[in-house]
Ligand binder design. Structure first.
Ligand SMILES: [Zn+2]
Length: 300
C-alpha cells in the first residue's frame, strides 16, 4: 500500500519557523537565522528567502505489515534584497511521474538551483552518534550520487557542530571565508530542532542563492535520526542507505516525484534502494553535464 503524505509541511516545522505559511512561497521573517547575520559580508544585503518543507513517507512492507518511515525535507533559500526578478521559489509539490524528476528550487526564469559541478562539495560529519556502518554507507551514497551526477565531494573531517534550523550558511569563525560545508550526521532527535524523530527518519535542508546564471546551492544539512536505527546498507527494506540516498539527493537539488520507481518518490517500497531512471536524469541535469555553475561568494 502506498500512502499520500498527509501534508507537505510538517506542523513542527511550521511552529519552529514561527509562522503558519512556512511551506508557502514566502520570505521568512528576519531572525529566522539565529546565527550571526551574514549581511555585512554578503554582496548586497541578503534577506532570508523562501522556505518549504516536504515530508517523505517510506512504506516498508514487512511480514504483511506496513511500517512507514517518514523523511522530511526542509528546504531553505535566500535571495538578494534587490534581485526580485531572480527570487527563488521552493518547489513544494512532487513532480509528475512523466517528468521523471523535479527540482527543489526554481528561479523566476524556471532555472533549478544546483551546485557548481566544477568544484567539489565540501562536507563535514557530525559523528557523535554515527552507526557502525555509517561512514561506509555515507561513502557509498555519495559515490552513487557522484556516478549519476558528476558532482564530487570532499570529506573535511568530523565536526562537533549540530544540525539546526538556524544554522548559518556562512560561518567564517568555524569554516573560514566561504560557504559553510554540507553538514551530515546522525543525531538523537532531542539534540536538534530540525524535526527528526517520531517517524521522521531524516531531514535535509539546503541553502540556495540567486545568480545571473541561475540559482546556486551553496550549503546544506542532512540529519538522520540516531535514535531509530535502521538496517545498514542498501538492501531490501528501509535502510540507512536508502534514507541517505534520498536526503543527499535533496541536498544536491532533487525534489520529489510521483513515480514509485524512483528514490525521490514520496513513498517508496522496500525494494527501492537504488536510483531510478528519473533520479539519474535529474542528477545528471543538475550535475556536470549541465556545465560549471560558479556560485556567488558569501563575501562582498
Ligand atoms: Zn524527501
Amino acid at each position: 500500500m502506498l500512502q499520500q503524505s498527509r501534508s507537505p509541511c510538517p506542523p513542527e516545522v511550521q511552529s519552529a519557523a514561527g509562522r503558519a505559511d512556512v511551506c508557502q512561497v514566502a520570505d521568512v521573517r528576519p531572525g529566522y537565522f539565529a546565527a550571526p547575520a551574514p549581511t555585512a559580508l554578503m554582496p548586497g544585503a541578503i534577506s532570508p528567502g523562501p522556505v518549504t518543507n516536504v515530508r517523505l513517507r517510506l512504506v516498508l512492507v514487512l511480514l504483511a505489515a506496513l511500517v512507514s518511515v517518514v523523511v522530511t525535507t526542509t528546504l531553505l533559500a535566500q535571495r538578494a534584497r534587490d534581485a526580485g526578478a531572480l527570487a527563488l521559489r521552493a518547489v513544494d509539490q512532487p513532480a509528475p511521474a512523466a517528468a521523471g524528476w523535479g527540482p527543489t528550487y526554481l528561479d523566476a526564469r524556471g532555472r533549478p538551483a544546483r551546485w557548481d559541478p566544477c568544484l567539489p562539495i565540501a562536507y563535514v560529519v557530525q559523528s557523535g552518534w554515527i552507526p557502525d556502518a555509517g561512514r561506509r554507507d555515507l561513502a557509498e551514497a555519495l559515490r552513487r550520487i557522484s556516478v549519476a551526477s558528476g558532482l564530487s565531494f570532499v570529506d573535511e573531517g568530523d565536526t562537533d557542530e549540530m544540525p539546526s534550523r538556524t544554522r548559518a550558511p556562512y560561518q567564517p569563525a568555524r569554516y573560514g571565508q566561504r560557504w559553510a560545508p554540507l553538514l551530515i550526521g546522525w543525531v538523537p532527535p532531542a539534540t536538534t530542532d530540525v524535526g527528526i524523530g517520531g517517524g521522521v527518519q531524516g531531514v535535509s535542508l539546503s541553502f540556495a542563492v540567486p545568480g545571473a546564471a541561475g540559482p546556486s546551492l551553496v550549503s546544506g544539512q542532512v540529519a538522520l535520526d540516531a535514535g531509530n536505527r535502521l538496517a545498514a546498507g542498501f538492501g531490501p527494506g528501509t535502510t540507512d542507505g536508502e534514507v541517505l540516498l534520498h536526503e543527499l539527493a535533496h541536498a544536491v537539488g532533487l525534489g520529489h516525484v510521483l513515480d514509485p520507481t524512483q528514490v525521490m518518490y514520496p513513498q517508496t517500497t522496500s525494494s527501492e534502494s537504488e536510483f531510478g531512471a528519473g533520479d539519474r536524469a535529474g542528477l545528471a541535469a543538475l550535475g556536470a553535464p549541465a556545465g560549471c555553475h560558479p556560485a556567488p561568494s558569501p563575501r562582498a
